[in-house]
Design a protein around this ligand. Structure first.
Ligand code: GLU
Length: 381
């Protein structure tokens, strides 16, 4: 099994896509959710902990609005209203399958981006697992406007896996896994059983989605797998329309495509900074500062800063980029100790000069090493 042991996991996030809740983009059906529920129950009987990320709020809402079902284009308020109708139906439909309580958690990108809310959600999920419930997560579609959304439940599931400190992410789909070519177009396409490392060649195998109610395609699944594996969470994409995949998983055997976890996972804080936190500005540095940060493990000091872009406050996340001739390349992300206005006053200045400009309380590090993550760290691992 290429060194992958699937029976040693303790806590999994299982993501179920709309295509399984409402097969073929039509009415909701329990055809595929029932066997998934059976798998969840069996896992819980074995003492494992499960968090379900279920799509299908919009799809469930649609089932009550036959007129809407005929259309493929819907306005945002229509989708949000359908999600509001459908979310409670979705919860009811899952709850019917289990003799332990289900708990609804609705998140938006804001809850992941904001460290306090992230930690709150984390504590709630921990408590829900201690209560023996099945937490069921979805995006809070009704309130989240486009810019505040994760947008697809594949990536949402990866965030949930990291906030729940899961050791396995199972993405249930209606395709067998990742293929070396589009299986719908090429009948010689072969399933890739194990992905050692996610790089551009893996992304190039992903197409978009063709399902009118599903948001994600293979691309968002690979993005999710990348986020999770970097954090040390093994990820599986499998075809949940085939019951045998769950029997295989329960025996600890290979099913679908397994994305191997990174053997040297990034710390939770760095991972959150890199994948969840939105940069509010840019700091462009010279080659010397870039070398100190990337190769010598140094903090970012004002002397190597060439320019500052954006209107960020102290405590906001910023991207650090190096100027190499005409090219600008992102090298790190971190938390700025200065706001953009003050930083502009001290950019390019020596540490000794800072106090004269900004007063005695000023610090010499613009971004402290402990609050900085290298973009390379992901690639190097
Ligand atoms: N949150 C959406 C729903 O429940 C689905 C998003 C997705 O499938 O990626 O309808």
């Amino acid at each position: 099994m290429n060194g992958i042991t699937l029976n040693s996991w303790k806590r999994a996030v299982i993501k179920v896509g709309s295509g399984l809740i409402a097969p073929g983009g039509k009415r909701t059906s329990t055809k595929y959710s029932l066997p998934i529920a059976g798998f969840i129950t069996e896992c819980k009987n074995q003492g494992k902990e499960i968090i379900l990320v279920s799509s299908g709020a919009v799809a469930s809402g649609l089932s009550t609005q036959p007129e809407m079902l005929k259309r493929t284009q819907r306005t945002i308020p229509e989708k949000q209203a359908l999600a509001a109708i459908g979310q409670s139906l979705l919860m009811q439909s899952w709850s019917r399958f289990f003799d332990f309580p289900c708990a609804q958690i609705l998140l938006t990108y804001d809850d992941i981006n904001n460290r306090k809310r992230f930690v709150n959600a984390k504590n709630t999920i921990k408590q829900l697992l201690e209560f023996g419930t099945l937490p069921i997560v979805n995006e809070n579609d009704t309130v989240a406007i486009e810019e505040l959304k994760v947008g697809d439940n594949d990536n949402l599931a990866a965030y949930v896996a990291m906030l729940a400190e899961a050791d396995l992410l199972i993405i249930c789909s209606d395709i067998d896994g990742l293929f070396d070519a589009d299986p719908k177009k090429n009948k010689n396409a072969k399933l890739i059983p194990v992905v050692e490392k996610i790089d551009n060649s893996i992304y190039s195998l992903a197409g978009g989605t063709k399902n009118s109610i599903a948001t994600g395609g293979m691309k968002t699944k690979i993005e999710a797998a990348e986020k999770a594996t970097v954090r040390g969470i093994t990820t599986i994409i499998l075809n949940a329309t085939k019951r045998e995949v769950f029997d295989l998983l329960l025996k600890g055997k290979q099913a679908g495509t397994i994305f191997k976890k990174n053997p040297k996972p990034m710390t939770a804080k760095k991972h959150w900074m890199l994948h969840a936190l939105v940069s509010s500005g840019k700091i462009i540095v010279d080659a010397g500062a870039a070398k100190a940060v990337v190769q010598k493990g140094a903090s970012l000091l004002p002397s190597g800063i060439i320019s500052v872009e954006g209107a960020f406050n102290s405590g906001d996340a910023v991207s650090i980029l190096v100027k190499e001739g005409k090219n600008i390349r992102e090298i790190a992300k971190g938390i700025s100790r200065y706001n953009a206005g003050d930083l502009k006053k001290i950019q390019g200045k020596k540490t000794l000069e800072i106090k004269n400009i900004l007063g005695d309380n000023s610090v010499s590090e613009v971004v402290h090493r402990d609050e900085l993550v290298l973009i390379e760290e992901v690639q190097r691992n």
